[in-house]
Design a protein around this ligand. Structure first.
Ligand code: AMP
Ligand code: FES
Ligand code: ZN
Ligand code: ZN
Length: 309
């Protein structure tokens, strides 16, 4: 297959990717150009951040978040990486994740802020999950990561935190929330969550780009990333929703994008009204971070662990 843009200029160059829902075959150079233009368009459309703001990019060591850091840097934004080192020993997961983040930080010459859970709190994420009696490490981990993104953003003066969620993540989450009719979650699922009540603005500049596109961007730019997922991630329900959507996408290209875009345009505003009435935030009595309870989930978990020791 030949690159469509090169062809329009009378050149013949082999395509490295075919983006089926856009019927677009692109060579390496034009794919990178297209990918970065799409990212910039999403940032502008949702007024995510400007070139005058510094952006905290939450990086896991995987393809999406490292591609995001690289793309934002190339687009001229003032980026800082942020990595939570969870202390997961299996498959040397945490050690290798940190190494990938460090490598990109060095390559693009941008600082990486690392929060080491064991050093700062005294426990790894698995110890925390075990101590709180939760078998699902990943959900405890999600709570801690979200908390730390806000805390570190606040302490370092960042108004905006960017994550690497892609279209596959967002459409699978949307399907899952819709099937359960989780009105609160549906109202809060968006490319931008505004800064409010002590929470940093959360943005997802890759929300319209597929996993195939983010992984291709990482590969063509020689970004080293961790291919294996977290050893604690069992067959997550999100994988089932991703498979279901992939099946529909195969039969009807463009479904994922349409499902998510139309939700944002037509349905989300209705759910958002419900959320505004629902949420009451106050300061955590221990750490001062915003929470709906007197003591936030993170402080509660850490208190319980310390009581045991
Ligand atoms: P996940 O829930 O693992 O798919 O991750 C979603 C997003 O959260 C990633 O794209 C990253 O932006 C961010 N993230 C995940 N793990 C970490 C981590 N250990 N440290 C910092 N950010 C992370
Ligand atoms: Fe945190 Fe799975 S336990 S990523
Ligand atoms: Zn081309
Ligand atoms: Zn707290």
């Amino acid at each position: 297959m030949l690159c469509r843009i090169c062809k329009s200029k009378g050149e013949r160059k082999k395509a490295v990717i075919f983006i089926r829902h856009h019927r677009l075959a692109l060579c390496k150079e034009h794919f990178v150009e297209w990918f970065e233009r799409q990212t910039e368009k999403t940032i502008k459309k949702f007024k995510m951040f400007s070139k005058r703001e510094k952006v905290l990019v939450a990086v896991s060591g995987g393809k999406d978040s490292l591609s995001l850091w690289f793309a934002l840097h190339r687009l001229g934004y003032e980026t800082y990486g942020f990595h939570v080192s969870l202390g997961i020993k299996g498959w040397d997961y945490s050690e290798r994740s940190l190494e990938m983040c460090r490598k990109l930080s060095e390559r693009i010459g941008r600082p990486l802020i690392v929060f080491d859970l064991k050093e700062e709190f005294g426990y790894t994420i698995e110890e925390i999950a075990k101590g709180t009696g939760r078998r699902d490490v990943c959900s405890v981990c999600g709570t801690f990561k979200r908390y730390l993104m806000n805390k570190v953003a606040r302490e370092h003066g960042f108004k905006v935190v960017a994550t690497g969620h892609n279209l596959d993540d967002e459409s699978a989450l949307l399907l899952s929330n819709t099937i359960r009719w989780e009105i609160g979650y549906l109202g809060r699922q968006a490319p931008v969550l505004p800064e409010e009540g002590g929470f940093a603005r959360k943005v997802k500049p890759f929300c319209f780009l597929t996993e195939k596109e983010t992984v291709s961007y990482a590969i063509v730019n020689n970004i080293e990333f961790l291919k294996s997922g977290c050893p604690n991630a069992k067959e997550a329900t999100s994988a089932t929703f991703k498979r279901a959507l992939a099946l529909i996408e195969h039969e009807m290209p463009g479904t994922k994008l349409r499902f998510y875009k139309e939700f944002l345009k037509k349905a989300r505003p209705l759910f958002e009204r419900e959320v505004k009435r629902e949420l009451q935030l106050n300061e955590c009595q221990v750490c001062g971070m915003p929470t709906t309870a007197p003591v936030c989930a993170v402080c509660k978990a850490l208190e319980r662990l310390r009581e045991r020791c």
